[in-house]
Design a protein around this ligand. Structure first.
Ligand SMILES: NC(=O)c1ccc[n+]([C@@H]2O[C@H](COP(=O)([O-])OP(=O)(O)OC[C@H]3O[C@@H](n4cnc5c(N)ncnc54)[C@H](O)[C@@H]3O)[C@@H](O)[C@H]2O)c1
Length: 148
């Protein structure tokens, strides 16, 4: 969605896309990077929906993130509020159906990432932004990703 602000109109007239505020994120793959990204999201006030194909990994991620939240660096109330923003999901669809951005951190394998992004493209609403944590793979917009 493009916001109808005067700044937005200015950007639109110059052919630039305004990115709306990100309030909810779907996090697909919650190993090392996915857990870190999810932690950064929840401490910054973003509702974060976690999905991993491995249910044990999902449980470990929630425990790991809570361990970081409650390590004494944040006031107890803030840690509790951030923890309440973590939403483990039983399916990829559940994690992407009501968010502003889906950020994928699955294995660094082109075929795996392609399949995940195709599934996100199928089940997420059209306005949802898709991002990847790829480190060495070259990324180009996929045909599975619809333009908003
Ligand atoms: N670890 C790092 O320091 C680092 C740094 C920069 C970028 N990255 C990139 O981040 C991405 C993730 O790396 P990582 O180190 O977190 O890997 P990881 O192995 O720790 O975690 C990957 C997770 O993805 C899950 N997964 C795999 N296929 C899936 C699927 N189809 N659906 C749902 N979940 C799935 C796995 O179960 C696992 O929990 C990679 O692309 C990597 O190159 C990693």
């Amino acid at each position: 969605m493009i916001e109808e602000t005067s700044e937005g109109k200015d950007h639109a007239s110059r052919g630039l896309l305004m990115i709306p505020p990100i309030k909810k994120v779907g996090k697909i793959g919650v190993g090392v990077m996915g857990s870190n990204v999810a932690w950064a999201c929840v401490v910054n006030g973003i509702e974060t929906y976690l999905y991993d194909q491995d249910p044990n990994q999902l449980r470990r991620a929630v425990d790991r993130i809570n361990g970081w939240l409650f390590d004494g660096k944040l006031p107890e109330t803030e840690a509790k509020e951030a923890s309440a923003r973590l939403h483990p999901c039983g399916s990829l669809e559940e994690a992407v159906v009501d968010v502003d951005l889906v950020f994928e951190s699955v294995f660094e394998d082109y075929a795996v990432k392609k399949k995940v992004h195709e599934e996100i493209g199928r089940v997420a609403p059209p306005h949802v932004l898709q991002g990847t944590n790829a480190s060495s793979l070259l990324c180009t917009p996929s045909r599975s990703i619809r333009s908003p």
